[in-house]
Design a protein around this ligand. Structure first.
Ligand code: CP
Length: 292
């Protein structure tokens, strides 16, 4: 549990006078609200922009939208967009001077999600003082790897932190280009038995990004790759279960698993506020720059 949510008075004056714009071209619950809360906890002003109901429907471009919001005084732009590379483009195009934070770009990356996942794993599995990494820990990422920006950012960060990472899913949803340190599994039962994960990160099936049928039926997917009570019981006693949300209960994860004592799903959400406070502080309290 993060200390920032434990304080009696949660608000700090650190970013008073700064303006954070949440520029969301895709739906979000956790990321948008936690960035808003993080900015407010640091006393920044927050503008929430949703593409739905805006002039984007009249054809306004990302460049014009971002420049318009910056002209109103934005210091940081938190961008969620369906196009991979959009945050990099906005940060490096010279279109805006604001700090740009990637809140999820297509199937590419979701860096603050990986940071909050790593924080949650560390809190649950590492007893050592601040500074210790995830060396020796085994993390299994399961599901729709192909469409997952969460998987890509986690593969980079968890490797950096010394964890061994394996991936698992149907062959149609696991890119052959990936070479995780812990290997690739096509059966969740085999991954649990052979890899022995300390943490299992279940991914959402991203139907909205699928133009074809990647598995026979939802029932078949849940049977072979879904987390359920029987599989949960075969994990080590100390192992934990994560999901970035939103969950498809009954598909990639059943209710018994999501609500079990192994689940750290609500801790992930809680840690999201602390991580986003840290990112905003890092970018806005000193020199500006982009975070992708
Ligand atoms: N994990 C995540 O990005 O959730 P939202 O889509 O609700 O922000």
């Amino acid at each position: 549990m993060s200390d920032v949510n434990e304080r009696e008075i949660k608000k700090l004056p650190t970013l008073r006078g700064k303006t954070v714009v949440n520029l969301f071209f895709e739906d979000s619950t956790r990321t948008r609200i936690s960035f808003e809360l993080a900015a407010k906890r640091l006393s920044a002003d927050v503008i929430n922009f949703a593409a739905k109901g805006s002039s984007v429907s009249k054809g306004e471009s990302l460049k014009d939208t971002a420049q318009t919001l910056e002209a109103m005084g934005a210091d940081a732009i938190v961008l969620r967009h369906s196009s991979s590379g959009s945050a990099h483009r906005l940060a490096h195009s010279g279109w805006v001077r604001s700090a740009v934070i990637n809140a999820g770009d297509g199937s590419h990356e979701h860096p603050t999600q990986a940071l909050l996942d790593a924080m949650t794993i560390r809190e649950a599995l590492v007893d050592e003082p601040i500074g210790a990494d995830l060396s020796g820990k085994k993390v299994l990422i399961v599901g729709d790897i192909s469409h997952s920006r969460v998987a890509r950012s986690n593969l980079i960060l968890l490797k950096e932190l010394g964890a061994t990472v394996a991936i698992c899913g149907p062959a149609t949803l696991v890119p052959v280009s990936l070479s995780p340190t812990g290997g690739i599994f096509y059966s969740l039962d085999e991954a649990i038995e052979e890899f022995g994960p300390d943490a299992v990160l279940m991914l959402r099936i991203q139907s909205e990004r699928m133009e074809a049928s990647f598995f026979p039926t939802e029932r078949e997917y849940a049977r072979i790759w879904g987390m359920n009570a029987q599989r949960l019981a075969r994990l080590q006693d100390s192992s934990i279960l994560l999901h970035p949300g939103p969950m498809n209960r009954g598909l990639e994860i059943d209710a018994a698993s999501a609500d079990s004592t192994k689940s750290r799903i609500l801790e992930q959400v809680e840690n999201g506020v602390a991580i986003r406070m840290a990112v905003l502080f890092q970018l806005l309290s000193g020199e500006k720059g982009g975070a992708e």
